[in-house]
Design a protein around this ligand. Structure first.
Ligand code: ADP
Ligand code: MG
Length: 325
């Protein structure tokens, strides 16, 4: 599922872009502990994640599983307690003041649930999109051209000269997306960007996110509760108790009847240390707990509950398949 650590730590420079090769987002054993009034909350407990350049990945998980904490770290607002978080070659644990500012200005863009609330009400949509470019020192002519182009790609060219108050919720959120990608960040982080919208607006916003991904080549990590959104992406990562636990990969396949169908396959995540979380339904049905027996077969690994009557689970713990037969 993941590439070897050797490829991810490579920092070969790519021409004048000055951006290292390897995944755009890399988390290795990432930990974030909140300390408040003597209490400790381990929000991220050794999370591993890789997102390759140009990917659009949905992140799903129950409330409190650590999704916003992860995005806070990746956006450079918060820092890890331990472990590695790297985005487009920037090490988020060690990044200092000036680099952090530049990182937030140019490398990542963010879109949050109430992003539309951050639009300046007295500026038009186009002027709002120009603002981050102004802060990044882009000159006036270029700003205006790029703002129009951005709104066009996101499907709202007709909103350019209107103020936020004259736009629908979905249009506002798409303008906010325009602000997020104004400086053409390498990575877009979106935390439940469609959470407060009706289905139709939510579809439009997600379509705009998808366009930013394909047209600008922006790598996207989007947190969503919306199954309709997660079902549309090629890869969904599930997070549970501060760790990545499952992945669903989807691809289009041509069936026997010639029709194209979507195939979705769910995988358990195998982390860098070789840890695997077994689904509760599986372990419960075989009454597995505390410890299990493992056996290496030619093309798979077998897992048995301990204490089986025929003793199948009592041997072969050294990984040899022979003894059990
Ligand atoms: P999610 O976005 O998946 O709902 P969060 O990342 O917001 O989850 O929260 C993960 C855990 O960390 C939760 O248990 C939450 O209560 C806790 N948490 C989040 N932010 C803070 C904070 N600033 N101080 C203390 N605990 C926090
Ligand atoms: Mg959250």
């Amino acid at each position: 599922m993941t590439t070897s650590p050797a490829t991810t730590t490579r920092t070969r420079r790519r021409g004048d872009a000055g951006v290292p090769d390897g995944p755009d987002i890399l988390c290795d054993n990432l930990v974030r502990i909140y300390r408040a009034e003597g209490l400790e909350v381990v929000a991220l407990q050794g999370l591993d994640l890789e997102v390759q350049r140009g990917e659009l990945v949905a992140l799903v998980g129950a409330s409190g599983s650590g999704k916003s904490t992860l995005l806070g770290i990746l956006s450079g607002l918060d820092t890890p307690s331990a472990g590695l978080a790297r985005v487009s070659g920037h090490d988020l644990g060690s990044m200092a003041g000036r680099e952090r500012l530049e990182y937030r200005r140019r490398t990542v863009g963010f879109l949050f649930q109430q992003a539309a609330a951050n639009l300046l009400p007295y500026l038009t949509a186009a002027e709002n999109v120009e603002l981050p470019m102004l802060l990044a020192g882009v000159r006036a002519g270029e700003r205006a051209t790029r703002a129009r182009q951005t709104l066009e790609v996101l499907g709202i060219p007709d909103c350019a000269d209107r103020r936020p108050g004259q736009l629908s919720g979905g249009q506002q959120q798409r303008v906010a997306l325009g602000v997020a990608v104004a400086n053409r960040p390498r990575v877009l982080l979106a935390d439940e960007p469609t959470g407060e919208l009706d289905t139709r607006s939510s579809d439009e916003v997600f379509e705009a996110i998808r366009l930013a991904n394909t047209e600008f080549g922006t790598t996207v990590l989007v947190v969503t509760h919306d199954p309709l959104v997660s079902e549309q992406v090629a890869r969904t990562v599930g997070i549970r108790d501060g760790r990545t636990s499952t992945e669903v990969l989807r691809r289009d396949e041509v069936g026997a009847d010639g029709a194209v169908g979507r195939v979705a396959e769910e995988y358990a995540v195998l982390d860098r240390a070789g840890r695997l979380q077994l689904p509760k339904a599986f372990t419960a049905s075989l009454e597995m707990r505390d410890r299990v027996r493992l056996g290496l077969e030619p093309d798979h690994i077998a897992v048995w509950p301990t204490g089986q009557p025929d003793g199948a689970g009592e041997r072969g713990a050294d990984g040899s398949g022979e003894e059990r037969r």
